[in-house]
Design a protein around this ligand. Structure first.
Ligand code: NAP
Length: 149
């Protein structure tokens, strides 16, 4: 790509990159790394005419959640809809054409990412603690039950 002075790279990260979570500690952390890495790569490679995009989808109807053995089927909420992969790809290619680096497909997903970054961190931790599964963390890291004081 460098010698030809052209090319496109799309790294698929996730909306989760913006949402640290005790339920998906490694997933959200690696997605956050990849998002930062991709933006840095863009700054490195733009001088060679190479397009780099960081694609951060929200929930999408793929085999992903099935493979994680999640019992719940994708359910649309008023606020957050599950996207078809074709929609995600359409957004991504549109963004690539317009030269935008960060692609969060869907207005609701963009709003969520924006809100999370604006929330006071303590309030964010409280919200995630309320909605996250504490038992899940305990099981995965084989932690003893927290002592109630
Ligand atoms: N689905 C969502 O809601 C969602 C949301 C945000 C971000 N994402 C991200 O989107 C990306 C694609 O996920 P998806 O939703 O399309 O899931 P998917 O339907 O499960 O597809 C994952 C693909 O990755 C391949 N793969 C898995 N492990 C691999 C490995 N070690 N080496 C090479 N290929 C491997 C799988 O191949 P096999 O089928 O052969 O195993 C499969 O083709 C992931 O990075 C995921 O984090 C997904």
């Amino acid at each position: 790509m460098i010698s030809q002075r052209k090319g496109s790279i799309i790294n698929v990260t996730s909306l989760a990159a913006y949402a640290p979570s005790s339920v998906n500690t490694m997933y959200t952390s690696t997605k956050s790394f990849l998002t930062n890495f991709t933006e840095s790569l863009h700054m490195d490679l733009k001088r060679y005419g190479i397009n780099v995009q960081c694609l951060c989808p929200g929930f999408a109807r793929t085999d992903f959640h099935k493979k994680l053995s999640l019992k719940k089927e994708p359910v649309d909420h008023h606020f957050m809809n599950w996207m078809d992969p074709s929609e995600v790809v359409k957004h991504s290619l549109n963004y690539l054409e317009t030269g935008k680096i960060l692609c969060i497909p869907g207005a609701a997903n963009r709003l969520i990412a924006g809100l999370i970054s604006m929330l006071p961190r303590r309030f964010y931790y409280y919200l995630m603690g309320t909605f996250g599964s504490k038992k899940n963390t305990q099981d995965r890291f084989m932690l003893p039950a927290p002592t109630v004081t």
